[in-house]
Design a protein around this ligand. Structure first.
Ligand SMILES: [Zn+2]
Length: 93
């Protein structure tokens, strides 16, 4: 028997999340309950902080970053990566 699916607001309504497709996901009821048991209706930043504090491998860090900020930092990371990649190629030759 398939679990009953429920609708989850990825950004909670209580902090301004809208009932629009990009903010909704369908979750099995038990997973949905587990999520809210762990993280209630917290912000992405608060969830990341809790994951780092209690759950994640301590050698890693889970980061919540707004997508607009992620895009600008990805560009600089790509530039750095391209730089290190070309220097690696240089050292091989
Ligand atoms: Zn939910």
């Amino acid at each position: 028997m398939r679990p009953q699916l429920t609708t989850h607001h990825r950004k909670p309504r209580s902090i301004g999340g809208k009932s629009e497709p990009r903010n909704l996901s369908r979750l099995a009821g038990n997973k949905h309950s587990a999520w809210h048991l762990l993280f209630q209706n917290w912000t992405a930043e608060a969830i990341a902080e809790e994951i780092n504090r209690l759950y994640l491998d301590p050698d890693y860090e889970f980061i919540a970053i707004r997508k607009e900020e992620a895009w600008s930092s990805t560009e600089s990371r790509t530039a750095t990566f391209a730089g290190s990649s070309s220097s690696r190629m240089t050292s091989r030759s």
